[in-house]
Design a binder for this molecule. Structure first.
Ligand code: SF4
Length: 350
C-alpha cells in the first residue's frame, strides 16, 4: 500500500501559476459532493498510508474542508494541507489548526515581484504573507495557552527565475514569522504546465543548479542563514521521476495521487489513471499503480533520462501514451512557454 496519498481535492483555483502541475483554474474543477469527499476520505483511510497531502487546486475553496480533514485525522492519518493562502481567514486557520498536522503555504518568491509573476496574479505575495501571519499569531496564541502549536511552513517550487532568492527566504522571510517551522525548497518537476514546450529550457532548473541543490555545503549555508528554529530542506525531487535505476536501488516514491473526482494516478508526476478510489478496491488500485512502474513503455522512456530536459521529454511521451483522449487534448492545448508571462490584476489564462 502507498506510504503517501496526494489528494488534489479540487482543480478550482484563484491563481494561475506558470508551473501548475495540475493545470488548476484552467479546467473543470471536477469537485465531488461533500458526502462523496467523505467517502474518498474513508477509502484513503482504508489504504493505511502514513500521511495524506491535501492539495489541488486550492483546498480552501472546499466548503466544510475541516470536516473532510477531520475524517482523515480520525482515521489515524497525518494530514498536510497545501494552500496558496489567497483565501485564508482567521476562522479557517483556527479550524484547520484543530485537524491538520501541517499547514503548508506555497511561496515562490521572496519578493512580490517574483512571486506574483510566477503565481500569475498580482497581490498573491501579500495574501501568502497574510496567511503566514495568521498562522504565526495562532501558533503564538496556542503556545501561550500551553497548547500544541500547529506546525506550519513554506513550500517553494524552485525555478530558474527564483533560484537566486533562496537565501532571502532564509534570511528575510523566515525572520518575519517567529513560529515558522520549516522551509521546503523543491525543484520544479516536468508535470502539467511545467512540462509544456519551452518551459524546460527557460524555467526548469539547469544541471548546474541541480548540482548546487545536491551539494551539502550549499544546504549547510542555507540552514545557517535561517533562524535555528526553522528546518530548511532542499531537494531536486529526482525521486519523483521513478527512474528504473532508482527503483532498482529501492529509491521509490511510494505514493498514489487522487484526482478530485476520485480517479487515481499511478505515478503522481505523470498522467494516466488506474481506476477510481470510490469504486475499485485499494488493493486493485495499488497493484495497478505498481505495475505501471515497470511497464515496458515507462522503462524505455525513462531509462535514458538523466537531465531535467531529458526527464521533461520522457514525461511528455509517458503523459501522451497513458493519458486519455481528454488528457491528450489538454496537452495539445497547452501554450508553449516563451518567458515573460506577467501577473494580472485578475487571474489570467495562460
Ligand atoms: S496555487 Fe498555483 S500551483 Fe497551486 S493549484 Fe493554483 S494555479 Fe496551481
Amino acid at each position: 500500500m502507498p506510504d503517501e496519498v496526494i489528494w488534489d481535492i479540487t482543480y478550482a483555483c484563484p491563481l494561475r501559476c506558470m508551473h501548475c502541475y495540475s493545470e488548476s483554474g484552467r479546467r473543470p474543477s471536477r469537485r465531488l459532493s461533500h458526502a462523496d469527499m467523505l467517502r474518498v476520505a474513508d477509502a484513503i483511510v482504508a489504504m493505511r498510508p502514513r500521511g495524506v497531502a491535501i492539495a489541488g487546486g486550492e483546498p480552501l475553496l472546499i466548503k466544510n474542508l475541516a470536516e473532510v480533514v477531520a475524517r482523515l485525522a480520525d482515521g489515524g492519518l497525518s494530514v498536510a494541507l497545501y494552500t496558496s493562502g489567497w483565501l485564508m481567514t482567521e476562522e479557517m486557520a483556527r479550524s484547520l489548526a484543530e485537524v491538520c498536522d501541517r499547514v503548508v503555504v506555497s511561496l515562490d518568491g521572496a519578493s512580490s515581484a517574483t512571486h506574483d509573476r510566477i503565481r500569475g496574479r498580482n497581490g498573491s505575495f501579500g495574501h501568502a504573507m497574510r496567511a503566514l501571519r495568521l498562522l504565526d499569531d495562532l501558533c503564538a496564541e496556542r503556545r501561550a495557552q500551553g497548547r500544541e502549536p500547529v506546525s506550519f511552513g513554506i513550500d517553494c517550487v524552485l525555478l530558474q527565475s527564483n533560484f537566486a532568492e533562496m537565501p532571502a527566504f532564509c534570511e528575510d522571510i523566515a525572520r518575519r514569522f517567529p513560529e515558522l517551522g520549516f522551509i521546503a525548497f523543491g525543484a520544479a518537476v516536468p508535470g502539467g504546465l511545467a512540462n509544456r514546450r519551452g518551459f524546460d529550457e527557460r524555467e526548469l532548473l539547469t544541471e548546474e543548479q541541480v548540482g548546487l541543490l545536491n551539494d551539502p555545503a550549499f544546504a549547510h549555508r542555507l540552514r545557517e542563514q535561517a533562524p535555528g528554529s526553522v528546518m530548511v530542506t532542499a531537494t531536486d525531487n529526482r525521486i519523483l521521476q521513478m527512474h528504473p535505476q532508482l527503483i532498482a536501488r529501492g529509491v521509490v516514491f511510494n505514493a498514489l495521487q487522487i484526482e478530485p473526482d476520485g480517479e487515481a494516478r499511478a505515478m503522481p508526476i505523470y498522467e494516466g489513471t488506474v481506476g477510481n478510489i470510490l469504486t475499485a478496491s485499494p488493493e486493485v488500485l495499488w497493484r495497478r499503480a505498481r505495475a505501471r512502474w515497470s511497464d515496458p513503455f515507462v522503462v524505455e522512456a525513462l531509462t535514458p533520462a538523466f537531465t531535467m530536459r531529458q526527464w521533461a521529454e520522457a514525461a511528455r511521451r509517458i503523459d501522451y501514451h497513458f493519458g486519455s483522449d481528454a488528457v491528450r487534448a489538454r496537452i495539445d492545448r497547452r501554450p508553449a512557454y516563451h518567458g515573460g508571462e506577467v501577473a494580472n490584476g485578475s487571474a489570467q489564462r495562460t
